[in-house]
Design a protein around this ligand. Sequence first.
Ligand code: SF4
Length: 516
Amino acid sequence: MTDTIPRSRDSEAGTEEATATDPLLICAPLRIEARALRRGLRDLDDAPAVIRTGYGTTRASQAAGRLSHDPFGQMMIMGVGGGLSTDLSPGDLVVGTEVGTVTCASAPILAGELRRAGLPARTGRIITVDHLVRRSQRAKLAAEGWLLADMESAPLAAAAGGRPLAVIRAVSDTPHHPLAGIVSGGLAALRSLRAAAPVAQRWAAACGTRQVLLAGPRSFCAGVERAIEIVERVLERQGEPVYVRKQIVHNTRVVGDLESRGAVFVDELDQVPDGATVVFSAHGVSPMVRREAARRGLAVIDATCPLVSKVHAEARRFAADGYTVALIGHAGHEEVEGTLGEAPDSTVLVQTAADVAALQPRDGERVAYLMQTTLSVDEAAEVAGALAGRFPAVRAPGSDDICYATTNRQVAVRAVAAGSDLVLVAGSKNSSNSVRLVETCERAGTPAYLIDGACDIQLDWLAGVSTIGLTAGASAPPAVVEEIISALSGLGPLTVQEKVTTTESIRFGLPKEVRQ
Ligand code: SF4
């Protein structure tokens, strides 16, 4: 016995196509699954229909045949399933990235939303089998890359017919909690399903036809590419571990990837064994750190971006000429600490025009200013203007300190923000230039969100949004942008248009220690 979707149109004739306003259809194979989901939805206005589709592959295929012409807008398959991986526990939720041969592209967004709702969710491939999976078969399927097995999702998925599709399965049994324990595991799974039900409605509300305006240039700059390549080359030559002082660049993906390959990120040199090799990050270090490395006999490979080194050299030059150096930057940033350390007795950090008003130089006729390389162009200009107003003879750096990559990305994101309902900025929270991109959009009047990846996209942001601007900070990998576009494509038809404001061809040479 299975349910049928309430029909709002004569869909059996198959003459009407789904529209964005057509409702979400939730398919649950078993009665107890459907009941748990309806309970989870009962407090919501306009709760979506939950259809019981029947147990096993045969009933799922029959249900798919009946449902395929129904006027639903999005389909979500929800139920319990057998975990295949040993690190799953009963009650965990698996959001399918692939279900049989069907791709569910929005899975990372959905899994992230479930986790923010406090549910233990992860993404993975779901296989549909025609019998209960026993112990030896679990290991075999897990080795093939499947995370969960069920008996209905793949045939049911065929009914989506190109409409947005998602699959959430709650783990009822695992290799460590096999079918003998399915009663307790089943209860945990049903509790998770019930709690996940409201998220299904939010997912459906976020679905729709969209355009992505892609800012160009975006993502890695020459200094970040160089720094990553330095660590990779040291790993290749010396093997793990390779010590890196601070994050090589401010991006969690980059750092996580290098860590998985043997890089060890430390906060200070006292965490590096005597005589070991240490890489200095792209943000640069102060001379005090260099002296300490020399004292410890560490072999140093310097990944400081040449454009940061340029600012260091300017600080030394101005200080040697008797200038008070006003460093426009953000307190606590590693680059700022490194630059301040070049001439600590002559350099003062100024973050705002108020700091400029409070500045007490030794000689008002000998004031110079420098900038952190990753500032907002507009904000830095304000502070520089305040300096020029108070000290008419103030010396500016010989060439712009805010680097080409920072400037180019701000210009590019401003161009897409103008035509977007919101902007997504790929980058980590501690990435200065990525945060500045968010601020640039906000100053232009467009809401913007900083995300490390697709899993950080909140479904509520997308409801009613038809044009999304997309960019990435200079430390965010291009692959993250691809991941975000792919995930958005799972929420409905997506077109991508790139707006290129300039092209970049700058490359920096590698230090001699890792050349060849
Ligand atoms: S953002 Fe600019 S200063 Fe920083 S690493 Fe990239 S090119 Fe160098």
